[in-house]
Design a protein around this ligand. Structure first.
Ligand code: SF4
Length: 166
């Protein structure tokens, strides 16, 4: 039974981003995983109930994914709408999807307030990014899932190979 890989839906070309676009990766490894039937496609923001397109959103300035999860920071739109609850619903749904498919590895879209692996926007809607994770990436890690960005697919493949070796 081949281990499945949870992947941000936009990286698989699904047009689920806030601006209605996808962000398909052309990495050959992902094409191989697809051919092997190992992909679990998931968009936390759509799963949480947000439409496409939707306003962009960022973790508010000074906040972190951990702070959002413990209720001390919000995720907001440029107009100041609080979208924290739907983002959290999508993050918890990602953990459930990982458990349901028994997957211990995820490849997520860098920079997103949900999926960001190493970088997120700084809450000023100015295009500035800072070190940090999105709430889905953070919660998956906390659940023991190894999380990689789209620029770390080779490392993800190596990790997968290590998981598969007895
Ligand atoms: Fe892609 Fe994640 Fe944003 Fe959905 S929430 S569009 S999967 S980066």
């Amino acid at each position: 039974n081949l281990e499945k890989i949870l992947v941000s839906a936009c990286l698989l070309g699904q047009r689920v981003r806030y601006d209605g676009a996808g962000k398909a990766t052309a990495h050959a490894e992902v094409a191989r995983w697809r051919a092997e039937g190992r992909l679990v496609s998931y968009c936390p923001e759509v799963a949480g109930g947000l439409p496409v397109p939707r306003p962009p959103a960022e973790i508010e300035a000074g906040g972190t994914a951990a702070a959002v999860l413990d209720g001390s920071a919000r995720i907001i739109t440029p107009a100041g709408a609080d979208v924290t609850e739907v983002f959290l619903a999508g993050a918890h749904g990602a953990v459930r999807a990982a458990r349901r498919h028994g997957t211990r590895i995820a490849v997520l879209k860098e920079g997103s307030p949900s999926c960001g692996v190493h970088r997120v926007h700084d809450g000023t809607f100015s295009g500035t990014t800072i070190d940090g994770s999105g709430v889905t990436a953070h919660l998956l890690r906390a659940a023991g899932v190894a999380v990689f960005s789209e620029s770390e697919i080779d490392a993800a493949a190596a990790h997968l190979a290590a998981l598969a070796s007895p």
